[in-house]
Design a protein around this ligand. Structure first.
Ligand code: HPA
Ligand code: ZN
Length: 319
């Protein structure tokens, strides 16, 4: 089934995770960066991960080619064109400020590039969500927030990503409280590799509007009942979960169980250049694997728009 015609929102995509090998080599050449890979094929051959960390090691290494505003522009422009072709009408795009600041890339270059691409994109709107790298800890997150807040009007929310286990959401309670006091919404990766307790902490302590991933909620029936009852969106990324060995195969992914449990599930790509598919592929492959009809895909698309941070009027126009 061709799901590209179905209106949808992409709510879980890391812009650095849309860096295709071809663009990585082109930017390396443009910026005089030497990559430790023989070429595109050699690089693609390394896209076999044991777990989240082994992916993150490559993801942080390869983004070293992103140096100038123009690089972030080209990255986001390519992503948004591809998303629009997949029926994405609105995207809420994660980026990792700390991963750029620590390489000496100024925040303004990142923002200028990403915002320029969003302004020039056709057929798709987008918001930006800076994420804190949880494995750098709460003090680094607070420092980063201090640098972000003068630009608070340029973001819709803050997020939390990177290595999950050992870095529970509760560590970031003060950081998120401060961001929310400044009018930003909140989301957090939780329950990807981490336990259901991290999902509870994200809800109760970080006061998030959505949970990114959240698949491990199924280990805790009381939590499932709460998430379903409160209609908390879970931005699920099945191709990512397979590639990062969160689940053994797409056929064994708990998506059908999550829907049966009445959870507000939405479908996303996470890091499409690294996990073998953009959101159109995620819809198509999930439909093939789980035998979903067009009505199911349309419902998932509509739910993704409902779970977005678009103002009600704009959202309803897309539904
Ligand atoms: N999980 C956590 N952090 C990330 C991911 C992910 O899949 N992709 C980029 N940062
Ligand atoms: Zn993610």
């Amino acid at each position: 089934m061709d799901a590209r015609g179905i209106p949808k929102a992409e709510l879980h995509v890391h812009i650095e995770g849309t860096l295709e090998p071809e663009m990585a080599f082109a930017l390396a050449r443009r910026n005089g960066v030497t990559l430790p890979y023989a070429g595109v094929e050699d690089l693609r051959g390394r896209y076999a991960y044991r777990d989240l960390q082994s992916f993150l090691d490559l993801y942080y290494a390869l983004m070293d080619v992103l140096r100038e505003a123009e690089d972030f522009y080209d990255l986001a422009a390519a992503y948004l064109a591809r998303a629009a072709a997949d029926g994405v009408r609105h995207a809420e795009i994660f980026f990792d400020p700390q991963a750029h600041l620590r390489r000496g890339v100024p925040l303004e270059a990142v923002l200028e590039g990403l915002e320029g691409a969003i302004r020039d994109a056709e057929g798709v709107s987008a918001y930006l969500i800076p994420c804190f790298l949880r494995d750098l800890g709460p003090e680094a997150a607070m420092e980063t927030l201090t640098r972000l807040l003068p630009h608070a009007g340029r973001f819709v929310a803050v997020g939390l990503d990177s290595a999950e286990v050992g870095y529970p959401p509760r560590l970031f309670t003060d950081v998120f409280a401060r961001a929310r006091a400044e009018g930003l919404r909140a989301v957090a990766h939780a329950g990807e590799e981490g336990p259901p307790e991290y999902i509870r902490e994200a809800l109760d302590l970080l006061r998030v509007s959505r949970i990114d991933h959240g698949v491990r909620c199924l280990e805790d029936p009381e939590l499932v009942a709460r998430l379903a009852g409160e209609g908390i969106p879970l931005t699920v990324c099945p191709l990512s979960n397979v590639r990062l060995a969160v689940v053994p195969s797409l056929a064994e992914h708990p998506l059908p169980r999550m829907l049966e449990a009445g959870l507000m599930v939405t479908l996303h790509s996470d890091d499409p250049a690294y996990f073998g598919g953009y959101v159109g592929d995620v819809y198509r492959r999930s439909a093939e694997t789980f035998g979903w009809d067009e009505a199911t895909l349309r419902r998932l698309g509509a739910d993704s728009l409902r779970a977005s941070f678009l103002p009600a009027g704009e959202r309803d126009r897309l539904l």
